[in-house]
Design a protein around this ligand. Structure first.
Ligand SMILES: N[C@@H]1[C@@H](O)[C@H](O)[C@@H](COP(=O)(O)O)O[C@@H]1O
Length: 354
């Protein structure tokens, strides 16, 4: 049987559990480095889903380890931002290890603290003389990655959590509790997928006919919105943007119209959730195609509930499944194979992947 995106969405829970259990082996060079260094400016070089995954995990890492995470676009870094600062540690993230711009940017950083986080130790990025950190998810045959996104989120959160532990930001008890909470969140992935399947079925005819899409989030939900943008654009090919809540209110709202479908990621943050609710009240008078993603069960079949409270900072692991499944299912229902595109030669002609 051919593998599809769904094959890998279904593997997320067990894979993330493995990432958790294997962290000391897979992330060892970074943990060893943490014992000798205390650099608090973490520069990430990543593109596409890898950058989105770091965006989804960054606020957790920044909060628990008290570091600053700076996600840079590799091509801009290589061509315009070549200053290398001694107080920074550089982490290039590429699941496949084939993204040319990320490899090129990493190659420019010499004699500095740097690491590569990849799922393939034999890939071109792993050939650079840089310590390798393993995402630990193994090979994902479907390029439209889902399992690897989730595993990258977990890996980066663990890197932050270990920094907090090793640097004494938290004690052993707090570390164990965090680890357990992360595990409990991972153990809800399969249930969340079941909820997404049910939600999709209830709204199938509407979700199959997306004209234009906006996904709005804040905090970790912003990373989810950006990954939704990547995934929906790569698969369904409809006009699509992922926005941060307040940024949406500074211009993009002017492009709203009655055929726009809007997804509101309402993770638990007292002030921002209320602000998102206010935006929802306004937008849903303009377009009937509004969908809310939240913790609690509601009376509306349009709302996708993840069923129980989750730490806002860990919530991306659950909310992202809605957009992964949506991307897969709309293609399946429309009889489209997202792996087949008229632009199969793009990567080789433009050499964006090597
Ligand atoms: N179309 C793919 C994206 O889906 C992927 O997210 C990105 C980064 O890939 P990697 O994490 O392997 O560097 O590369 C391409 O742009």
């Amino acid at each position: 049987m051919n593998e599809t995106m769904l094959t890998y969405i279904k593997k997320e829970q067990q894979t993330d559990e493995r990432v958790l259990f294997d962290q000391d082996k897979n992330l060892k060079p970074f943990y060893d480095w943490l014992k000798l260094n205390q650099k608090t400016r973490w520069v990430i070089l990543a593109t596409g889903s890898s950058a989105n995954a770091i965006e989804a995990a960054r606020y957790y890492v920044e909060k628990i380890a008290r570091v600053h995470v700076d996600i840079r676009i590799p091509f801009l870094f290589s061509n315009y931002e070549q200053q290398i600062y001694e107080d920074e540690v550089y982490i290039a993230v590429s699941q496949s290890g084939h993204s040319y711009s990320t490899i090129q940017a990493l190659d420019l950083i010499q004699a500095q603290d740097c690491f590569v986080l990849t799922a393939d130790r034999t890939s071109p990025i792993a050939e650079l003389a840089v310590p390798i950190l393993d995402i630990g998810c193994g090979f994902e045959a479907v390029d439209l990655v889902t399992m690897g996104f989730s595993a990258t989120v977990v890996s980066f959160m663990l890197m932050g959590l270990q920094a907090a532990r090793i640097w004494g930001r938290i004690d052993e008890e707090a570390y164990q509790q965090e680890l357990q909470e992360l595990h409990q969140t991972i153990l809800r992935i399969d249930d969340t997928l079941d909820r997404c399947v049910h939600w999709y079925q209830q709204n199938q005819s509407e979700l199959m006919n997306l004209q234009a899409v906006a996904v709005i989030g804040y905090g970790a939900g912003y990373g989810v919105a950006k990954e939704a943008e990547t995934k929906i654009t790569e698969t369904i090919h409809c006009p699509m943007n992922g926005y941060e809540l307040e940024e949406y209110m500074h211009g993009p709202y002017l492009a709203m119209h009655k055929d726009l479908t809007v997804f509101f990621i309402m993770s638990e943050h007292p002030a921002l959730k209320a602000r998102m609710q206010a935006l929802y009240e306004y937008l849903h008078k303009v377009t009937p195609h509004c969908f809310v993603l939240c913790e609690q069960e509601t009376a509306s079949v349009r709302d996708l509930s993840i069923g129980a409270p989750v730490d806002e900072y860990k919530s991306a692991l659950l909310y992202v499944i809605a957009f992964q499944y949506l991307s897969y299912r709309v293609c399946a229902d429309c009889g489209v194979d997202p792996m087949i595109t008229p632009y199969d030669d793009f990567d080789s002609v433009l050499a964006s992947k090597i």
